[in-house]
Write a protein that binds this ligand. Structure first.
Ligand SMILES: [Zn+2]
Length: 345
């Protein structure tokens, strides 16, 4: 059924989605859903970070913890719905807990109306999750502690380069390698700046990102790093991490004192996440996350990279401009049960 979405010509994605889903009339948020949203608003309080950490019972069993972690910088699409439903089903099958995390470190792109829409769409899909919901923007201090630990180990260095600086530095270098996201590996321009030069640039008002010294990090890491990969099945396979694919990756941005990679490993550990279920598009990021967990003495969760629902040009639906948002499907009269059925849930 997912194949059917893949085959969808996105030029007429809306029309196709109407055809694929057999509309069953207008589907409105029920009073119950609205009540739950209001309840969320009233109970959405910060609690101590450790309150959500997972504890083993006296017999040593740890209840599985899964998470769905969207960013409030757009509306949820079918690809997000698949990931949320996948985590929800797994939590039930494993007898575990499902938590929701709002990954909003990008303060420029995150908007409250998108966050509200996430809750509305997930309630519409029939999902329930534990309260309170962790918002990353309320936990910059946690990421700072992790960053300091890496800094104290001598594994970070400031980088003043713009994207343009990096592009021109590698322009004349044939076959310069790209990272898994398609960006050129950092050529190390700022790696050997003197302490005085770094201070001079900071004093002159330049902002610095902090990069991981990958060579030093790999030298410090304890031998082979890998993870248990379950994919969408019941049995794991061992995967060897290849963090060097990322080169000297940015761990704290110029505009944000952390990064996706740093925040996610801190949160997964702090929230006691035992099983990270997310799209295959993040498979290579897991190599870097395992390295960071090793460097920060954080536990390694199991990983379950699931299929990414893509449009007919292979772009993931969440990033495809013309793929319908869940709320557009809803407006077309498509029901949540139609969505669940078509996604295989
Ligand atoms: Zn630089």
């Amino acid at each position: 059924m997912i194949e059917r979405f893949r085959m969808m010509g996105h030029a007429d994605a809306a029309a196709s989605s109407r055809a694929i889903f057999q509309a069953r009339g207008p589907s409105l948020l029920s009073i119950t859903c609205v009540d739950r949203l209001m309840l969320w608003g009233m109970t959405h309080e910060q609690t101590p970070f450790s309150a959500q950490a997972n504890q083993a019972d006296p017999a040593g069993h740890v209840q599985p913890v899964l998470r769905f972690a969207p960013s409030p910088n757009g509306f949820l699409h079918l690809g997000h719905a698949y990931s949320a439903l996948f985590n929800d089903r797994l939590a039930r099958e494993l007898g575990g807990r499902l938590i929701l995390r709002i990954e909003d470190i990008d303060l420029q792109r995150s908007r409250p109306e998108f966050e509200a829409a996430i809750f509305e769409d997930l309630v519409w899909l029939g999902l329930e999750w534990e309260m309170p919901v962790r918002r990353q923007s309320q936990h910059f201090a946690d990421y700072e502690l992790a960053r300091e630990k890496l800094e104290e180990a001598g594994l970070l260095y400031p980088c003043f380069c713009t994207r343009g600086d990096i592009a021109s530095a590698v322009a004349s270098l044939p076959d310069w390698p790209l990272d898994p996201d398609g960006a050129p590996l950092y050529p190390g321009t700022c790696k050997h700046l003197s302490v005085e030069e770094r201070a001079r640039r900071v004093d002159s008002g330049l902002h610095a990102a902090l990069r991981l010294d990958m060579g030093a990090a790999l030298a410090r890491a304890a031998g082979r790093i890998g993870w248990s990969e379950y994919g969408e099945g019941p049995e794991p396979r061992d995967v060897t991490a290849e963090p060097a694919l990322w080169g000297d990756v940015v761990l704290a941005r110029k505009d944000v004192p952390t990064s996706y990679h740093l925040s996610v490993v801190v949160d997964d550990a702090g929230q006691g996440v035992t099983d990270v279920a997310r799209g295959m598009d993040l498979f290579n990021a897991t190599s870097l996350h395992r390295l960071l967990q090793d460097l920060l003495d954080l536990p390694a969760p199991n990983y379950r990279h699931h299929e990414v629902i893509a449009d007919d040009e292979g772009r993931k639906l969440a990033k495809s401009q013309r793929s319908p948002a869940l709320r557009d499907l809803r407006a077309q009269g498509i029901s949540a049960s139609d969505v669940r059925k078509q996604l295989g849930f």
